[in-house]
Design a protein around this ligand. Sequence first.
Ligand code: HEC
Ligand code: HEC
Length: 220
Amino acid sequence: MKAINLIVILLIIQIISPTLSLANPPPAYEGRRLYVSYCQLCHGTDGKGDGALAKAMGIKPADLTTTVRSRSDTILTKIISGNGRQTITGRDRHNILSDAMPEWKDIFTAAQIKSLIAYLRFIGSAKHELMGDPKVGFELYQQYCQVCHGVEGDGDGIMTRLMGIMPMDHTNPNETNRLSNQDLAKSILEGKGRFMPAWHNILSQSDVEALISYIRLLSH
Ligand code: HEC
Ligand code: HEC
């Protein structure tokens, strides 16, 4: 099948298929969304603790890119929610002695705190930089990629059965981490193998960067 025919078929499927919605957005993706709204003011865009409000308030939020690694999910839940924060003892008390870090228990559900932790784990272990806006990437992914790669990105979209193909599982960090952002961009723009279409006529460089950021969060 010529690449151009494939693209036409895909565009038709996209128009006729009902809008699919994600019941559960990927945790690290959802966590980043919450982080950007509620945490980066103090902890900074990259989590290094240099947010605009921190300077204004004269406080020193922890550098989340290093501190959270040694903390368990239970401890992080206590720190973020505030529930039981005062009962933390020993080495885990490090960095949480002031009350400058707000208590979020009335703001977030348990699931949202889990998502925030998933994003903090991503910040602490990310192998590749987020180049574009994952929110834009999420929308483009649902629009163009899920037919093959699956709504959840695990490679079981409806086209896989129709065409008998095995797209990359974007939720598997072993598959995605071995490729640099440049490698991924090249495959998306120029295509890969017989059935991964080339998107350079449809997507801009910044669209592709947004998609890559989404894939990075998806595979954490
Ligand atoms: C008003 C500023 C502020 C905001 C907003 C804020 N923090 Fe903090 N955070 C701090 C400060 C300051 C500390 C250092 C703790 C201390 O001084 O007791 C801290 C510490 C932490 C720690 C402990 C770090 C460690 O040592 O491992 C975590 C985890 C954390 N914050 C997560 C978050 C999350 C998640 C959000 C968003 C939901 C958030 N913070 C929002 C100020 C803030
Ligand atoms: C027609 C089905 C199809 C669609 C639509 C599709 N892909 Fe793929 N994709 C594949 C297949 C099949 C592979 C495996 C290719 C191979 O390794 O031979 C793949 C592989 C990939 C890879 C791995 C490339 C590598 O270097 O190993 C990336 C990244 C990727 N796709 C991203 C996307 C993105 C982003 C979109 C949406 C813009 C998308 N794909 C849409 C079928 C598809």
